[in-house]
Design a protein around this ligand. Sequence first.
Ligand SMILES: Cc1ncc(COP(=O)(O)O)c(C=O)c1O
Length: 385
Amino acid sequence: MSVLTDSGLRAQFPAADKLLYLDSAHQTPLSRPVRAALDAFYDQALLTAGPKKDWLTRVEEVRVRLATFLGVGAQEIAFTKNTSEGLNIAAHGVPWEPGDHVLLLEGEHPNNAYAWLNRRQHGLEVRLIPQDKKWADAYTFAPHIGERTRAIAVSHVMFHSGQRNDIAAIAGLARRHGVEVVVDAMQSVGVLEVDAHALNVSALASGCHKGLLVPQGLGFLHTPRDGARLPPTYVAAAGVANARADLVAGPDPVELHADAHRFEIGNFNLPAIHALGAALDLLEGVTTARIEEHVLSLGDQLMARLDDLGITLAGPTERERRSHIYVLELTEPGWPEYFAAANVRLSPVRDGIRVSFGLYNTADDVERFSDILRRGLARRTRHAA
Ligand SMILES: Cc1ncc(COP(=O)(O)O)c(C=O)c1O
């Protein structure tokens, strides 16, 4: 039984009532409070030409709130454009010599993989670890760690299977070998409980347009206090501790901020950061513990219906290994078009049809989807006969 039965919550996400929205892993449908925060920002810009000082104060307030949400200090959070930017900062910052290597799982999200694959031209070796789409833990990586392993770059939740990798165990292993761990948390933040401090990794990057409920164009990078070891990829005044107040860049040696501010460049995505404040209000009101339980319960329900229908999952079935993402092994052509015609929003992926739940989904959504699936299967049987 779902823990989120408050119908008021569903009403905050109008798109979820207009269509059967099962695509939280792609992007969030906009919610009313986030839209209101964006409107308020633009009204201020329209009517007052922008109190930028106040807006920047708001940025720092939201930074503190995001950090608290993740269980870390505000100085450990840099705002970025998206996950890719954070991962690229890490891929450029982790120290390595030509011939050293980084370990990635086969099938990683391309935005994680390319950040590292592109470093091969400078001599980094990228080793792709085979795995079974069920989950990855310390045992997955242990046989591949060698003298010259410098980093493991891994998704917390994998976008194409929904598997939840055991980051704390991977980080524990890595630490014993002096290996950095860089995490892509795009699919987990805001959906599963993510205590970034407890995960104890070298860098954790995410965008905010899925579980964090704001439109595309805002992300963050968490680096722990000793993350100052990572040099920034780009530098602008925001990252410089001794930037002059008169805005004249002098000949003095550049001193970078000791904390995550060093990674920030230029102006912020101010509307999105304002929106994130409203999204955090909403998420904190519900709590990620309840959201996690909710999406897993919807998963239990879906899996029971799939069993009845004889449809298998590409990813794991154990509760602690799965997430809000369920990939149905429906690879025959025609399914994506069938679901689109039935007004269901989901994502076709490499192993089938990806269904993903958000806090706005209900048990009724799962039943409606199961009926649509049943009709689709019946139609195929009729056509085959
Ligand atoms: C695991 C993962 N990483 C990254 C991204 C997106 O990267 P970015 O935030 O840079 O657009 C996605 C999906 O959009 C994803 O599923």
